[in-house]
Design a protein around this ligand. Sequence first.
Ligand code: TRP
Length: 447
Amino acid sequence: MAREQWGTKLGFMLAAMGSAVGLGNIWRFSFVAGNNGGGAFLILYLLFVLLIGVPLLLTEVSIGRKAQSDVVGSFQKLAPKTPWYLTGFFGIASAFLILGFYAVVAGWAIFYFWNYINGSFFTSPEVGYEGAFGQFISHSWHPIAWTALFMILTIVIVLSGVKKGIEAANKIFMPLLAIILIGLAFFSLSLEGASEGLKFLFQPDWTAFSNPSIYIAALGQAFFSLSLGMGAMLTYGSYLKKENKLPSATLGIGIMDTFFAIISGVVIFPAVFAFGIDPSSGPPLVFITLPSIFEQMPFGGIIGLVFFFALILASLSSSVSILEVPTAYFMRAFGWTRFATSVLVGSIMFVLGIGVSLGFGLWSGVTPIGDLNILDSMDYIASNILLPLGGLSMALLVGWYFKKSEALEATDMKKGLLGNVWFTIVKFIAPVMIILIFLNQIGVISL
Ligand code: TRP
């Protein structure tokens, strides 16, 4: 059977942007920035996106397009008879871990959407938004039911082939999400005490740089937000024809993704300070601030409704790209149908999601890593360890295993300055930085 392909280059662009823009930009970005001191984190994050993220994005997509295979198969094809393909399994593992918690958080978003449909979040519930959220996520099965719904939607899209539904939906909902976020940013800026939030986000506290964990946090966020290191972009790249030019496409994805992150920071942090919320409240952060903003706004109920709808779609376009990674692998490696594979893989991820969800209630004492709960632990392993390792492996493949001419040809880069800069980054700078950040994190060296 012939491998599937994108209809158009625009289709690929939209799908890749849809993959990049999601809960990572709004939910994860705000709480990771909030936990890591705001401004200092933002600087490192931007630096990593530009210096490591975008060049590696180009690298990752080009590997898939050249090999025309999934994350394991691509390594097998391009570096035959080497153990390189084993790193492909980091990607498969991170897909299970990430979608395991992503579906839970997206389920929360669907619950919020539902509460705006029936009007119950138009005004603050008796226990307040924070209290209502706390009650909801600690319930034994309510959040799990919403997770199941989200997982079903993801599976349905993946099993019908990515093209039709997701491409079309993204065309409408990404611009819509952007417009709503920009509007919200202006409103948030008009709140009393907004300037404190802006200071937090844009004025770095230089002492924060002495904390090693801020580097790994910024690197992990750059990878997560750009959908990098798992093989999602690699798999999407494998559905591309050779004629499409990659460098401009990947730069566009990087810019879009960064725009969504910064603009949601401008929405969230002024509100965080205006409503006296602790910026380091962790994963619940946006689920407490956003409804508080909506409540203050004229027509806030409607805006909340549309916002959460757009957020759900942004999450769906990301979650399908995650489910697609193991689906593409198992389909090829075991000859299973797309239908059976996506249902099976998605169901296993859902089971992981049950554990994540219980981590906020029944199992709230379970802390697999340090004092991190189940969600944060899975996120830490996947985003801060497996994704950077996956990215490192891809950089080493293209930088050291390929000849330079081969690498330039694979990425549609020309020999000139830009090509040299990109190749130097992929061959030396990105690997060295990733390794240094790891060593720094485990305390071997201190930056
Ligand atoms: N980038 C997405 C977001 O910001 C999440 C995501 C989709 C992802 N595919 C990925 C993260 C692959 C890591 C790897 O919400």
